[in-house]
Design a protein. Structure first.
Length: 189
């Protein structure tokens, strides 16, 4: 297994601090202290706090976008695509708990990359909405407003980063299957 670079370690520790305190409240001095180094030494590895935030959020947004593009372009039916979207969220969220907090809570601080991030998010949501519309058109899913379905499903999936760390012995495959059962098939008998 490849060891973490100092820059990757700084980004990981910063993401944890951003989750705990919020991006705006974290200073370079806080990050340096958490890293056990002087603040000036951080600049040997990173440009700025903004650069760290950009790296965290954009890398995750691009990972979601790439995953969605693969799902959207597949020949799978609507239900299978929705299951794959849930699997994508469980996988990325479980591997990036701290980064997901930044993605959900700190994206508005993305200065020069804000428009790019918003375009990635809009494209992702449009692809998701189109999958839902296709499922309605094919009769695979009920004919309820796609925006309401999108909001309901994404609200749950976007909050996984808060819930997963509270579960000690979580089985990700079981979680994916349970979420699919509840979010796609519903809870009625």
């Amino acid at each position: 297994m490849k060891s973490e670079t100092r820059q990757q370690e700084i980004i990981r520790v910063a993401a944890k601090l951003f989750k705990e305190k919020g991006y705006s409240a974290v200073t370079m001095r806080d990050l340096a202290k958490a890293m056990g180094m002087k603040a000036a030494s951080l600049y040997n590895h990173i440009k700025s706090k903004q650069d760290i935030l950009k790296t965290i959020i954009i890398s995750l947004a691009e990972e979601f976008t790439e995953g969605m593009q693969l799902i959207q372009s597949s020949d799978a039916n609507c239900i299978d695509k929705l299951n794959k979207i849930i699997e994508l969220h469980v996988k990325i969220s479980s591997q990036n708990i701290y980064g997901m907090a930044s993605l959900n809570n700190d994206w508005m601080h993305l200065e020069e990359k804000l428009d790019y991030y918003q375009q990635l998010r809009d494209d992702y949501e449009n692809d998701f909405r189109n999958i839902l519309k296709s499922g309605i058109a094919s009769g695979e899913i009920i004919d309820i407003k796609p925006d309401v379905m999108l909001f309901s499903i994404l609200t749950t999936l976007r909050s996984l980063y808060m819930w997963i760390p509270k579960k000690e012995d979580i089985n990700l495959e079981e979680l994916t299957n349970s979420l699919s059962q509840i979010l796609i098939k519903g809870i009625n008998n």
